[in-house]
Design a protein. Structure first.
Length: 205
């Protein structure tokens, strides 16, 4: 796969959750991204938004303790459909599309599991999701290649291994994006390659 991407869009959803199992259906509550200029190795913009969950608008104490996001933070927020449209408009303002930019996530959960769950739970239909969100780079893969490991730790472990300080609060989406962007920049500096590591094909309507 090509690695000619000029930009990386680090993306990290936060979602409704609880101690034992997440509420069904699980819903996105924060949709942040940090835009990295690959050649310059620097952050050039951020997108951040809370998302109002439709099915379980009251966040659990566990969820607030984990993410720092309170029910009142999401009560007046836009629905996923509208935040998602603004995220797409933000990409377009930066003249980004799937040939120039790639989404970067920690693992495959965000775009591989949570996005389809969100689309099934509320909207938009998964079949209308733009191709940009149907493929991504799992940062753990780059970590394993660059650090010669067979298995990647979580974000905290990757920061430690690269001697990077945690900024902000772990499990707050925008802070996770900033920390993952720092990991990405360090791995690119060390020779990491930004390739597509996962791809989905959503059936047309
Ligand atoms: P993260 O990006 O690691 O902050 O996690 C994304 C989402 O996964 C969170 O918003 C929660 O919905 C869920 N999650 C993460 N860690 C836990 C955990 N220890 N227990 C339950 N849910 C979790
Ligand atoms: Mg995450
Ligand atoms: Mg997170």
């Amino acid at each position: 796969m090509c690695s000619d991407f000029t930009h990386a869009v680090v993306l990290d959803f936060e979602a409704t959750c609880d101690e034992q199992a997440p509420p069904r259906p699980q819903e996105v509550i924060e949709f942040p991204s940090v835009l990295v200029d690959v050649a310059a190795r620097e952050i050039v913009d951020e997108f951040t938004a809370f998302v109002r969950p439709l099915h379980h608008p009251q966040l659990t104490e566990f969820c607030t303790a984990l993410t720092s996001i309170r029910s009142e933070d999401v009560a007046d927020a836009e629905l996923f459909r509208d935040v998602f449209a603004r995220h797409q408009a933000w990409l377009t303002r930066h003249d980004l599309h799937e040939r120039r930019a790639i989404a970067v996530t920690c693992g495959d959960w965000d775009l591989g599991r949570m996005l389809p769950i969100q689309c099934a739970a509320v909207e938009p239909p998964i079949s209308t999701v733009p191709p940009f969100y149907a493929r991504w780079h799992n940062l753990k893969r780059m970590f394993c290649t660059v650090m010669h490991r067979s298995k990647a730790p979580g974000m905290g472990g990757m920061l430690n291994a690269l001697k990077l300080q945690l900024v902000g609060r772990h499990h707050r989406g925008v802070d996770d994006c900033r920390n993952l962007a720092a990991i990405l920049v360090a791995l690119l500096e060390a020779g990491g390659s930004l390739e597509v590591t996962a791809e989905r094909r959503y059936p047309p309507t």
